[in-house]
Structures are given as structure tokens and as C-alpha cells.
Design a binder for this molecule. Structure first.
Ligand code: FAD
Length: 302
């Protein structure tokens, strides 16, 4: 089954999880996945640890999703970081041997202190071209797109040109970086279409449930804007500890409540724009996703 075929017919729906570091974490994730399957996601993707860490668990998670047999396709993220051509070939053949034939081809987050990938490929474009050359059409390949422009790229136009290159090298669809800025998203969507990018757009949605995570996700690596409305939600709940440093659970809960509303509104806006897919970052929990989806009414349980 090709995800691009699903997107030709309707809005695709998916979750993203990450590979836990421990066996206990794996067990918890298995329980979480059981809940996520109830939403009948078209796929669940699993992130790939930067610098080669957690890669083994990534395959285990993909296999877990595969084995569950819920018509949910496992999609592995895969990066250039620390990977040689031979290593890429070997690992991807291993994924194929396990029946995992969907990937998100990325450059990867560079570990602290690194200035390049320390591998044979510098950019996702190189990885995409290599996978197509070595494996033909065996993989369905997603590529990342950054609605606000990738942090390392001088201009949005240049970043869009690199995205076009990913299409030219054989990527099948786009999975987007998170953005909370809907005006910027609309501008980018228009701009990529004008640049000749026809790939379907599967939108990454990071739920607003925890103040510190939102700030960290936006600012630690990605340079994503925090629009005024979201900034207000953060400011209204800034003081979530008392002067002695003790948590104020009622403030955190109030933030979560307003944050979920923000996310639900974002989902409605994306649906109204007619995006090809909604990709919800589940962050290895299911309750937040459930609440968001129930309130948004976009994925009703059968
Ligand atoms: P690229 O597309 O290679 O782009 C990197 C920079 O180089 C950009 O500024 C781009 O404009 C520029 N560029 C691209 N091609 C060229 C070229 N040919 N010549 C010159 N410049 C070029 N990271 C992980 O480590 N593990 C994960 O699992 C993971 N999952 C992610 C999932 C999604 C949906 C997204 C959006 C990102 C994810 N990331 C992950 C983060 C990602 O690896 C980083 O954002 C990374 O900094 C860039 O990856 P990329 O594939 O977009 O890089």
C-alpha cells in the first residue's frame, strides 16, 4: 500500500513516536500504540536517533507496528548522520527484509559540536538520490519541508529550491516541520506550488500541552516562531511554580486546556486548507492525542 495513493483519495492521518531507551520504555510504548491503533492511523512513524543512538530500538518499534497488523504502515525516519553509503545500504536492506518499505529521508539533527554529518551524505537530497539509485521504487520516500524555512538556510526561496530538488531526486511526499504560524504556512504552501513542487503535503502537528516543551521545540533547534496567540497562552501561564519552586498543577492544567484548544483550531485550519495529511506527534503518550482528536472530531472511532 502506498501512502500517496491514500492521499489521492482523502486526508491521510498518522502519528509519530520515538524509540524508547529502555525495555521498560518499550513496554510502555507498546501499550500506548494499542490506544493509538484505535484511531486507525494510516501510518505511524518512528524517529531515528541522531548520531546513530537508538537506531536498534527504531527498527524494533517499526517491527512492533508491523506485527500488530492493524493496517497501520510503519514509516522509519532515516538520517545521513554518521552513515556511510555501505551502512545505509545494509541498514535499509535490513528494513526491507523486515517488510518495512516506507521512510522519511532526512539529513538529521547534528549532535552537539558537529559541523557536518560525518557520513557520506551531506544533505537529504543525496540520501534520496542514493536510495532511488540503489533500491529503485522499493521504498516510498517522504522528505521534510520547513514552512518557516530551515534554520540553516539563508532564504526561504533557497530552502524551497532544495525541497524541489528532493522531488526531482525521487521523493514521493512532504512531511512538514512543526509550525504554529498559520499565516506563514499558507504563504509557504502557495510558494512551493508556484515553485513547481507537486508532492502531497503531510503536515506535522506538535500538540500544545506543555509550556516548556513548546518553547524548547520552537527554539532549541528549529527557530520556529511563536505567534502572538500562542505567546499569550504561554504568558498567561508563565508562573507554574510557586516561589519555593514547587509545581502548581492547576496552572499546568490550565495551560494544557488552552493549548489543546489551540491545537484543535490549528487542525481545523489545516483541514480547511485541504492539506493531504495530518501527522500528529504523539510523543509516546496517547491521552493528549485522544483528547485532541475527540475534540477536533476529525478521527471518529468506529
Ligand atoms: P536537508 O533537506 O538536507 O536540509 C538541511 C539544510 O541544508 C537546509 O538548510 C537546506 O535548505 C539545505 N540544503 C538541502 N539540500 C541542499 C543542497 N543540495 N545543497 C545545499 N544546501 C542544501 N532529525 C533526526 O535526527 N531524527 C529524526 O527522526 C528526525 N525526524 C524529523 C521529522 C520531521 C517531519 C522533520 C521535519 C524533521 C525531523 N528531524 C529529525 C530533524 C531534521 O533532521 C533536521 O531538521 C535537520 O536539521 C534537517 O534535515 P532535512 O532532512 O530537512 O535536511
Amino acid at each position: 500500500m502506498k501512502l500517496t495513493d491514500i492521499m489521492k483519495k482523502r486526508t491521510m492521518f498518522s502519528f509519530e513516536v520515538f524509540p524508547p531507551k529502555t525495555d521498560d520504555g518499550m513496554q510502555k510504548l507498546e501499550g500506548c500504540l494499542e490506544h493509538l491503533y484505535e484511531f486507525q492511523p494510516d501510518y505511524i512513524s518512528c524517529t531515528y536517533g541522531a548520531g546513530g543512538s537508538n537506531v536498534g530500538k527504531n527498527l524494533e518499534v517499526c517491527k512492533m507496528i508491523q506485527k500488530a497488523g492493524n493496517n497501520t504502515i510503519p514509516v522509519t525516519h532515516f538520517t545521513c548522520v554518521g552513515n556511510t553509503k555501505e551502512g545505509v545500504k545494509e541498514q535499509l536492506q535490513n528494513y526491507l527484509d523486515q517488510g518495512i518499505d516506507h521512510m522519511l529521508a532526512l539529513r538529521g539533527d547534528l549532535p552537539y559540536g558537529w559541523t557536518g554529518t560525518n557520513g557520506d551524505f551531506d544533505y537529504a537530497t543525496d540520501l534520496i538520490a542514493f536510495v532511488r539509485r540503489e533500491f529503485g521504487d522499493k521504498f516510498e520516500i517522504a522528505a521534510s519541508g520547513s514552512p518557516e524555512g530551515h534554520i540553516a538556510c539563508g532564504t526561504l526561496e533557497a530552502d524551497i529550491a532544495h525541497l524541489k530538488q528532493k522531488q526531482d531526486e525521487g521523493a514521493d511526499y512532504i512531511m512538514t516541520q512543526l509550525t504554529y504560524d498559520m499565516e506563514q504556512f499558507k504563504y509557504w504552501l502557495d510558494a512551493i506550488r508556484k515553485a513547481g513542487i507537486t508532492m502531497p503535503v503531510d503536515v506535522g502537528v506538535m500538540p500544545v500541552v506543555n509550556k516548556d516543551s513548546v518553547i524548547s521545540m520552537c527554539l532549541s533547534r528549529n527557530g520556529c516562531a511563536i505567534p502572538r496567540k500562542l505567546a499569550e497562552v504561554i504568558s498567561h501561564h508563565w508562573f507554574d511554580k510557586d516561589p519555593d519552586g514547587n509545581d502548581l498543577p492547576e496552572v499546568k492544567a490550565a495551560f494544557r486546556e488552552e493549548g489543546i484548544n489551540y491545537t484543535v483550531n490549528q487542525l481545523h485550519e489545516y483541514m480547511a486548507l485541504g492539506v493531504d495529511g495530518i501527522h500528529l506527534y504523539a510523543m509516546n503518550t496517547w491521552k493528549n492525542s485522544k483528547e485532541i482528536l475527540d475534540r477536533a472530531g476529525i478521527r471518529t472511532l468506529k
